[in-house]
Design a protein around this ligand. Sequence first.
Ligand SMILES: *Cc1c(COP(=O)(O)O)cnc(C)c1O
Length: 525
Amino acid sequence: MSINQSGWRPEAPQTGNADAPTFTGNRALMLEEPLIFEIGSTETTGVDFDDSGAPAQGHKLGNLVRTAPIGLPGLSEPEAVRHYTRLSRQNYAIDLGLFPLGSCTMKHNPRLNEKVARLPGFADIHPLAPVDTVQGALGVINELAFWLIGLTGMYGVAMSPKAGAHGELCGILCIKAALEKRGEGHRKVVLVPESAHGTNPATAAFAGFTVEDIPATAEGRVDLAALKARLGQDVAAVMITNPNTCGLFERDMKAISDAVHAVGGYVYCDGANFNAIVGRVRPGDLGVDAMHINLHKTFSTPHGGGGPGSGPVVLSEALAPFGPLPFTARYEDGHIRLIEEETAGEDHPDSFGRMTAFHGQMGMFTRALAYILSHGADGLKQVAEDAVLNANYMLRSLDDVLDAPFGPSGPCMHEALFSDEGFAEGFTTLDVAKALIDEGYHPMTMYFPLVVHGAMLVEPTETESKAALDQFIGALRSVAARAKTGDESLKTAPHFAPRRRLDETLAARKPVLVWSDPALAQAAE
Ligand SMILES: *Cc1c(COP(=O)(O)O)cnc(C)c1O
């Protein structure tokens, strides 16, 4: 089948260089790729099947036998492979370059992790295999649990949650179960600082709590006095991110925990930013009752387009009995049991239930444990120190061209926060982000946290070299200077990307998620 038959118009309306349009719409290695439905037709097939003879009998398929064409495009193997390879080349990845997305900790995933995760004893087993046949895999879960408890100074850990937000829900459900057990289910308020990640209030609301804001001080930290003033018998918990989303350490964390405990509430810590303090601070020592850890951030397992997340939740002694099933326990003879029942006695009578059908993200557990063991406790401490050093290098290399609202508060933790203060009239953070795409970078996190106008949150992580940091700093300095002088070409950036400025509002409000065959649409008319 030729490309033209598939209805792909060889013109380059918004992508090509207007001065030198190409027949294909391609620009050298930047290939213009239509939808898979536009390349393959639903009338053709990429494979030869023998005629199956008698039509399938409806009753054998529960009367679900297909009566209409399936509507999938028929493609040969090379066509399908090329399609996805071409699309993958239009993506940005941590394996391609620095990924400064603040709060996301986009660090390099060491290839040793991948090698370990692919060992057949971990990769090819079934979650329902008898526990005696998978002691090694259960041992990985148990060993990782041991490390997470040790690094955080907590009492127990729920390994099964599958992302940070899922972990938040797990922690909040533990708090809910603990309150109900105490006969204090009437506590309905969860206090969340203004600068919180959006998942925090969403989690509390989803679990049936009422969310109330806690203001920040001028220096970007939780206002302890305002928090204390709001505490009372209706407060179930506070949810605090530490280090917070302004990239600052909450120095009053212990005082906050003590005040919350004094009125009978619990302290949830959003631990997504643990990378900045791993090996240096144990949240358990600060009075935290529950905290999720994003293995896919701190412990390098791939995320974003690169893989699933994993969000184990460490728990205090007060909350551990309410944690979800299943979990592992190592017996003195070395045998590892999988505790799956909430029966009374030696098992787990107060568990609130399950977060997942099985054990959690096994592939992420093996990667995270490989990462932890290859660093060792001293190496993990160095990770935190280098991550903070790199972020401060960013902050101080840019704060003469970009406004750093909390720069005067002292060093930052793992990420540097800038505002759009000082940009020329009409120039925005969005323009800066788009111009960074032309420079070959994924933009930083923008317009978050909400407490800063036009926020730009840059998190380099420890896995970048000084040369890589310097190149990014050079690019951002150049773009920032253009925003300040009001360079009009910034308003139409990106100039070199396959797509320019899309109507992002329309895309978000009215997403077109289903392809419909234009031929069918025409026939219907
Ligand atoms: C990433 C992140 C989350 C959510 O984690 P997911 O794994 O994406 O669900 C929550 N809070 C903060 C501060 C984060 O950075």
